[in-house]
Design a protein around this ligand. Structure first.
Ligand SMILES: Nc1ncnc2c1ncn2[C@@H]1O[C@H](COP(=O)(O)OP(=O)(O)OP(=O)(O)O)[C@@H](O)[C@H]1O
Length: 450
């Protein structure tokens, strides 16, 4: 028993927190070593003293009177704000004292700890981002939502070709899901446990492309990192490299890329040693590569090398059957994320979605659904929640308007858009719309568009 008491005493005495215990009158019956040291008082000297004589701004004597605990209260002692807890000790329904603890010695310490945690989180985030960039095949075939025949055939094709090392060239307009397909191919391949590295050839400045792709040795150029840097090909070793926007690759880089593909080796900038790399290439583009080959802007040998399995994703307007499924998919996903109770799409909205030509493809549909869920007034998305440009086709907009009003609205919108397209050049806009210059001026005045 005595032994246990000693252990307890040692623990409390050395506790990181400062601890004080008072009786029902507010006299100190215990104060731990750390607290005494901070107050520069001796333990035996403070015992028995009223708490107000020992701790400035204390409220321990008040807590024994009110019987109400005070948690995380700011307490100013010796020029610092501390965070204090004061808890009454109740025995048989009667307050017989109180125990007080100070969690952080001062707010500076808290701030220091806070910023330490923040910097750790930031580091973690950077590592995580780097890791997902280099090992980041996030999607699989089940993430590809579709029911159209064209897309189902493409998914079948993915299953057939995934488990080989053959290069794949994915073609399709922006936002059709080229990257999603690239991820899926990697996930289904025997390389799925190895990195998936994406390189956006169009987004990296030309002078950095070579070092991004092939890396460099220490001291290769001024500003080169100590220890050198691995290029994306080395990072992707054993896995897959996804060369997005390959049509944007400058000719001299096309030569280097071809060499890696043919010889499976490369040299980092400034290195005399060749490095072997084993990567599968998936490339994507929206550019007319054949025409670029004719114009000598894309190397013919590289074209044949990457175009072993052509893979063409149709634009959304050519597979209207997918629109409803995708719209519901995005609605549910966005509603879940934003916590909004939206679970249906009105027939009129669905009609407008099917009529639209979707120049931005699935990415545009996703954005439209984001706006629609956000502005939905009830559980069903109705036309008023859609972005303005989609509403323009709506019969909803026509309700209660005369034919003259509708024609005028259309005319005004056409002129507005044409002026915008022609950089506000009225003569050019008039020509585009097939009206005379004077008619254009007249209408601009009529609709107050100048
Ligand atoms: N079939 C699909 N099912 C679900 N989401 C899709 C589908 N296709 C595309 N998406 C989504 O649409 C967006 C655009 O897709 P992705 O980035 O793969 O297109 P992309 O063709 O690579 O575009 P870009 O050429 O502009 O880079 C992404 O958010 C993606 O998740």
């Amino acid at each position: 028993m005595i032994f246990q008491h000693q252990i307890l005493e040692a623990v409390i005495n050395n506790a990181y927190e400062w601890i004080v215990v008072v009786d029902e009158k507010g006299n100190i019956i215990y104060m731990n070593k750390n607290y005494c040291e901070f107050l520069e008082r001796k333990q035996e000297e403070v015992i028995g003293k009223h708490v107000t004589e020992v701790i400035e701004n204390t409220r321990m004597h008040i807590v024994v009177k009110t019987g109400k605990e005070e948690i995380a209260d700011l307490h100013y002692i010796k020029g610092n704000y501390m965070i204090a807890n004061r808890i009454p000790i109740v025995v048989d329904g009667r307050v017989i004292g109180a125990v007080g603890t100070v969690i952080f010695r001062d707010t500076n310490e808290w701030k220091r700890m806070n910023s330490h945690i923040k910097s750790l989180l930031l580091q973690l985030q950077t590592y995580f981002q780097e890791w997902t960039e280099n090992n980041g095949a996030k999607y699989t075939l089940t993430d590809l939502i579709s029911c159209s025949k064209q897309m189902e055939e493409l998914k079948e094709k993915v299953k057939r070709i995934a488990d080989s090392d053959i290069s794949v060239l994915i073609r399709g307009e922006s936002g059709t899901g080229k990257e999603l397909f690239a991820h899926s191919i990697h996930q289904l391949s025997s390389r799925s446990q190895k990195p998936f590295v994406k390189v956006n050839c169009g987004a990296i400045p030309e002078h950095l492309l070579e070092s991004e792709l092939f890396g460099y040795e220490e001291g290769a150029f001024t500003g080169a990192k100590k220890g050198g840097k691995k290029g994306k090909f080395q990072l992707a070793d054993g896995g897959t490299i996804f060369l997005d926007e390959i049509g944007d690759l400058p000719l001299h880089m096309q030569v280097k890329l071809l060499r890696v593909l043919q010889e499976k080796e490369m040299e980092p900038i400034g290195s005399i040693k060749t490095v072997s790399v084993d990567v599968r290439i998936i490339a994507a583009t929206n550019r007319p590569l054949e025409k670029m080959v004719e114009e000598k802007r894309f190397r013919e040998d590289l074209y044949y090398r990457i175009n072993v399995i052509p893979f063409v994703i149709p634009p959304l307007r050519e597979r209207p059957g997918d629109i409803e499924m995708l719209a519901y998919h995005f609605m549910k996903k966005i509603a879940k994320r934003s916590g909004k109770r939206v679970n249906a799409i009105s027939a009129e909205v669905m009609k407008l979605l099917r009529q639209h030509v979707w120049p931005g493809n699935i990415r545009e549909l996703e954005n439209v659904m984001e706006v629609a869920v956000h502005f939905a007034n009830g559980e069903t998305i109705t036309v008023d929640a859609l972005p303005e440009y989609l509403k323009a086709n709506s019969s909803y907009q026509m309700k209660g308007k005369t034919l003259k009003e509708l024609l005028e609205e259309t005319e005004k919108a056409a002129i507005q858009q044409s002026l915008q397209r022609c950089g506000r050049d009225k003569q050019k806009a008039a020509k585009e719309l097939g009206i005379s210059k004077s008619a254009m001026y007249e209408k601009i005045k009529k609709y107050g568009l100048s």
